[in-house]
Design a protein around this ligand. Structure first.
Ligand SMILES: Nc1nc2c(c(=O)[nH]1)N[C@H]1C(S)=C(S)[C@@H](COP(=O)(O)O)O[C@H]1N2
Ligand SMILES: [Mo]
Length: 507
């Protein structure tokens, strides 16, 4: 296990120094994510929440420790079998690396260095153990000698303990140094904090968006509390200077954009609500921010989209893909290549330096973070990350509404009470929200300003409750007069539906 840890440390170090995004262990964990069936992944995310990735990496490490222990046992009897198991581990690591996007020859170096470390460390430790055993056997033959000369028999053991101790300390040191000198993230964080983006303005809250209910979600969502969803365990660290976007496929001329070229264009800014198809009714995977970026319609027009194209396959630097309906990028809505969120350069976790945003579509078909490639194509020729896992090809956001106040199982005072929440139907707009107490008649709530049809709105109203248990339900109506359906649907394959209800008690 000591030899195993030492190899993990040196491989991590080499990956960090080379600026490889995923060390071999992380590459293996990311491969497991890729190989996990969609429905199972969905359940894992629902139960584990934000801990899903640390949990997965811990499981990988735990399995490795068990295998390392087995290798240690094997090395005492059969060195070749021990080597074989280590080689098999290295092959798994190498395969996982090969499945990373754009894996080059140097990306395999961490695996190689880790493997060599395993073999060298294991042979040193095993030699010491074998030496101790040989001395013990020799001593047993000469009866009584062991009792007289315990120091000789124990020296091999001491060598083992000493060697193991040195290796553990060295491994910890190598790991820490790798973290410190590792280029990647810190450098990009520094570049990001120095960026000044001309044309990006600070968010100004539009009038009338905020209603008076204590405990209601803020209409604007800070970057720090904005939900995050991505399959990469380590987010790509991309310096703006090295970012490039290639637009190709069914276009008259390929377009390649650098960050500088992108920033030289006219910026569009808008409040847009983004939400995840995995958001259950009443769930938290939704947020509203002030985004600044360049409209994709203009860039696609320059490239010259050819007849017959109906999709854009977007690829992220981490290899994640999504297929976006071409029409949603060109029909006049604020579909854009985003460079800033809430007036600041995009946070790394939200796609720095550039991500896509398409109002009205769920993130999984549109909001590609760390976007580096866009292929204009046809849906019948492509499949993307989540559609391969059973999710719908098109992902228009379903109208929904949520109760923030009261919260589930709250105890409130009987009598008049303020209730409220959020409602959205991106790119269609919300025209009304109604609530029903204990299954009674729907009554209209007050609706806050949404600024545009791409943002959510707060709603609020006052209800009168008697002492006892109650259930409050909410439903919205969109700008076309369509009422939110009460038919319950699961998030898979194209988003949840149904009315959010909250049980509470009045005392
Ligand atoms: N590169 C990459 N982009 C991605 C994803 C991903 O896994 N990888 N997830 C998508 C999904 S499912 C959603 S809902 C949004 C979430 O964006 P956020 O993390 O900025 O809130 O990003 C989208 N873009
Ligand atoms: Mo999502």
């Amino acid at each position: 296990m000591v030899a195993g840890i030492a190899g993990l440390a040196t491989s991590y170090f080499v990956a960090a120094v080379l600026g490889v995004r995923s060390s071999p262990v992380v590459a293996v964990a990311e491969l497991i994510i890729k190989l996990t069936p969609g429905a199972f992944a969905e359940r894992a995310i629902q139960t584990l929440g934000h801990k899903d990735k640390p949990f997965l990496v811990s499981v990988v490490l735990l399995v490795l420790m068990v295998v390392f222990a087995v290798v240690g046992r094997l090395s005492r009897g059969s060195w070749s079998r021990a080597l074989l198991v280590l080689a098999a581990l290295a092959v798994v690591g190498g395969y996982a690396v090969s499945r990373q996007r754009n894996a080059g020859p140097s990306d395999y170096l961490p695996v190689l260095v880790g493997f060599i470390t395993w073999v060298v460390c294991l042979s040193i430790l095993a030699d010491n153990v074998r030496a101790a055993e040989r001395r013990e056997e020799a001593a047993e033959k000469v009866a009584g000698e062991a009792a007289r000369e315990p120091a000789a028999a124990a020296s091999g053991r001491r060598g083992f303990v000493l060697g193991a101790g040195v290796m553990v300390v060295a491994a910890a040191g190598v790991g820490v140094v790798g973290r410190v000198v590792g280029a990647g993230r810190r450098q990009v964080e520094a570049a990001r904090s120095l960026l000044r983006l001309p044309g990006v303005t600070a968010p100004v809250r539009p009038g009338g968006v905020t209603l008076d209910v204590k405990g209601l979600s803020s209409w604007e969502t800070d970057a720090t509390s904005f939900y995050q969803v991505h399959t990469a365990i380590v987010p790509p660290a991309i310096e703006p200077d090295s970012w490039k976007l290639r637009i190709h496929g069914m276009v008259d001329q390929e377009v390649t954009l650098t960050y500088e070229q992108l920033m030289a264009r006219r910026l569009t800014e808008a409040w847009v609500t983004l939400n995840c198809v995995s958001n259950p009714v009443g769930g938290p995977l939704i947020g509203n921010a002030w985004w600044s970026g360049v409209r994709l319609a203009d860039i696609l027009a320059e490239a010259g989209v050819q007849d017959g194209a109906d999709a854009v396959l977007q690829t992220s630097d981490d290899g994640w893909t999504c297929g976006t309906p071409l029409a949603a990028l060109t029909d006049g809505r604020d579909a854009m290549l985003v460079v800033a969120m809430n007036g600041e350069p995009l946070p790394i976790e939200h796609g720095f330096p550039v991500r896509t945003l398409v109002p009205g579509l769920y993130g999984y078909v549109s909001a590609c973070k760390w976007v580096v490639d866009m292929e204009v194509t046809r849906f019948d020729k492509i499949s993307a990350y989540w559609t391969q896992r059973g999710w719908a090809e098109l992902g228009p956001v379903k109208m929904s509404s949520r109760i923030d106040v009261p919260r589930r199982d709250d105890e409130i005072d009987a009598g008049e009470t303020r209730v409220g929440g959020m409602a959205w139907s991106q790119h269609t707009g919300i025209s009304a929200v109604q609530v029903s107490l204990d299954g009674g008649a729907w009554q209209d709530a007050e609706l806050g300003n949404a600024d545009t049809i791409d943002s959510w709105a707060q709603w609020a109203t006052t209800i009168t409750v008697e002492k006892g248990d109650h259930t409050l339900r909410v439903r919205a109506t969109d700008d076309n007069g369509k009422v939110q359906t009460g038919v319950v649907a699961d998030v898979l394959p194209d988003g949840a539906s149904g009315w959010h209800e909250v049980h509470f008690t009045a005392v």
